[in-house]
Design a protein around this ligand. Sequence first.
Ligand SMILES: [Zn+2]
Length: 253
Amino acid sequence: MPLYKTKAIVLKSQRWGEADRIVTLYSENVGKVRGIARGARRMKSRFGSALEPFRLIDVTLFEKNAESLASVSQADITESFGILRENLALMTAAARMVNVIQALTPDRDPNPDIFQALIDGLSSLESESDSELCALLFQIHILGHTGFRPQIDHCAECGTYTGMVKVTFSPQSGGIICGSCRDRTFDRGFSISPGSLAFIQQARRLPFHKVTRLRAAGQVRQEVEQTIDAYVRVVAGKALPAVNFTITEKLSS
Ligand SMILES: [Zn+2]
């Protein structure tokens, strides 16, 4: 029976049966993995509060085979990120981060860059005042690591180089499209300015710890938020879970 010891961030934690929990983790060594923690909700559980969302933990997982749910045999908190649970704006931003990882990463496909970006992303929320912007930058950054990188300097349909001009962004096509492809496909998309494209490009290229220095306001901020939100919805195949004030209940119900 394979055994893994790994660091992991708790993406989601759900009640299961009388006393158990099913958790979704993004781990350093195994990537995204679901596991069952038996007895996790008993008063004297050995897991304590380690299996709550956003925790960075050291975890031990057993599994019979790759298809079955892993069994969590031990979990200890390395970093609790407790502040992310104390404030609605921080909780919302942290939920957007874990949701995008949950929606866009394949199971059991470890990626050290994504794992580190997730830790850096949650850490950045502790110190940055604009948590919404942090979450947005995180989403752009993660798209670049998942094979869902939006096409922003060539037409996503015909490959024509467009340069940084005002163009149409089409989530269904996977990025910007040129005028003739827009007319040919009747894709309405929405227009996006050179400033917004440049912002997305920078956010994608910089390492995450530098990304958080980027600032966006006014039209650029609005356009980038709209673009990334629409794009993530399309590539995730469905809308991401609603992020609102009941999020902790949903994440750790
Ligand atoms: Zn084209």
